[in-house]
Design a protein. Structure first.
Length: 84
């Protein structure tokens, strides 16, 4: 029983990495927490009147959905600085 519990803890501690685009056009790996932070920061910018970087289909007004579309297409000008 202890071995199964350790496996759950290992999976919880090491977050899965998500591929994304950096500001310089190269691919970066983001954790789910970094992705959430980037999308949240961009959604806040959009909600405060920042220009949208994509052509948005008619009817899209939710800043979170717009920020997620921008993240998926790699046009958000936000990167993550890590201490390595």
């Amino acid at each position: 029983m202890l071995a199964g519990g350790l496996e759950i803890v290992k999976n919880f501690i090491s977050p899965p990495l998500i591929w994304g685009h950096s500001l310089f056009g190269e691919f970066m790996k983001y954790t789910r927490f970094e992705k959430a932070r980037i999308i949240g920061a961009r959604a806040l910018q959009i909600s405060l009147g920042a220009p949208v970087l994509l052509e948005i289909p008619e009817g899209f007004i939710d800043p979170i959905q717009i920020a997620m579309m921008e993240f998926d297409r790699g046009v958000i000008p936000i990167t993550v600085k890590r201490d390595e």
